[in-house]
Design a protein around this ligand. Structure first.
Ligand code: ADP
Ligand code: MG
Length: 359
């Protein structure tokens, strides 16, 4: 469907030097593929999508869409806009138009549908994303997740052949990420061709037919989710997919910022969609502080989450400690701690002792 050859994009810095954002991007996108584009920030993922749909035309290379060179002089931009939809991080709804009018706007203008036809179609698309009952609302009445679903309906109303999504969930409150991802999952299962820049690793792994790992202005590695996540060829890919998220807190006295620790741990767990684990972690932190180590200051709490393995753990670490603090704990407390997690690993470290609660 889309063939991209030696795509490049460069900017001229104010001092006249050249900054190459996209260096040499090559790929082939086939009908029905769901491709997630992952990679560190600043590596050109957004620039790549904006180059493909000519929002920010590339400075070199070729893009063939259904066999036609869209970079050729005179290629009609309207035709491209109809065949290729784009959904942005920040929704970009028309704030002064109702939800229904947001969706009917382009089909009436570009497909010349009359209002009745356009509205019928728009309602069908809004129903598909679960937003039909908000047809008469204004964008400002909606939550971020709802706005993004409307933005997707607006895109679908043009019957595009492919949709590009640039971090469609990263501006959303964590509680709303799921509703948008489930719309994307549904589109994927219906065979919609999609290119999705995302930081949602679990989603990318579950839904994609292929993953592009972008790094340093090129598609550094391209493969099935299994190849990229389980058996990456390049060390940069491996480092990226295996990175572990961490949050560290010091408990340095009886008046430590208990509420601060709880709220930051909750925020961390919400961010990675493991809110249920946050509840258990909070309870463990309290039990440790009140019942297990009430006078053992200072010690360190570390919450870690590996997106790749979907494993979260809460570590309690204390320097110059030789035996597990759980040894001296009340049996009932130890039992409750055991029930709060999947496994407890007690191990000496080079500097002291660590109790790892695998959540
Ligand atoms: P990503 O989406 O992977 O985070 P971007 O594609 O947004 O990365 O940006 C890649 C690089 O290109 C960044 O260093 C960014 O500062 C630079 N860049 C993007 N747009 C412009 C622009 N209009 N002018 C100059 N530099 C830009
Ligand atoms: Mg970006």
């Amino acid at each position: 469907m889309i063939t991209i050859k030696h795509l490049s994009k460069q900017y001229i810095n104010p001092d006249g030097t050249v900054f190459k954002v996209l260096k040499d991007v090559n790929c082939e996108i086939n009908p029905g593929e769901v491709i997630s584009i992952i990679g560190p920030s600043g590596t050109g993922k957004s620039t790549f999508l904006r180059a493909i749909n000519l929002l920010d035309p590339p400075t070199g290379g070729e893009i063939l869409f259904d066999g036609e060179n869209i970079l050729a002089k005179g290629y009609p931009l309207n035709k491209l806009r109809q065949k290729m939809g784009m959904v942005f991080q920040s929704f970009n709804l028309f704030e002064h138009l109702s939800i229904l009018d947001n969706v009917t706007f382009a089909p009436m203008k570009l497909h010349h549908l009359d209002r009745r036809q356009a509205e019928e179609e728009a309602m069908a698309m809004l129903r598909k994303v679960g937003m039909a009952e908000k047809a008469n609302a204004m964008p400002s009445d909606l939550s971020g997740g709802q706005k993004q679903r409307v933005a997707i309906a607006r895109c679908l109303a043009m019957h595009p052949e492919v949709i590009l999504f640039d971090e469609p969930t990263s501006a959303l409150d964590p509680t709303m990420v799921g509703e948008v991802l489930s719309v994307l999952r549904q589109l994927a299962s219906e065979g919609m061709t999609m290119l999705i820049v995302t930081h949602e690793m679990k989603f990318a792994r579950d839904v994609s037919t292929r993953i592009f790992f972008m790094n340093d202005g090129i598609i550094y590695e391209d493969g099935t989710p299994q190849q990229i996540f389980e058996n990456p060829v390049h060390s940069a890919t491996k480092a990226f997919v295996q990175r572990i998220r961490k949050a560290v807190f010091e408990v340095d006295g009886p008046d430590y910022d208990m509420l601060g620790v709880h709220s930051q741990m909750d925020a961390f767990c919400n961010k990675y969609h493991i809110a249920d684990k946050g509840v258990a972690a909070g309870r463990i932190v309290d039990l440790v502080a009140e019942k297990v180590m009430p006078t053992a200051y200072p010690y360190t709490l570390r919450l870690t989450y590996s997106e790749l393995n979907d494993v979260a753990s809460l570590d309690v670490m204390k320097e110059r400690l030789e035996a597990s603090p759980l040894l001296g704990a009340d049996a009932g407390v130890a039992e409750e701690l055991r029930r709060l997690c999947r496994e407890i690993v007690e191990e000496p470290t080079t500097r002291g002792f660590r109790v790892k609660f695998i959540l």
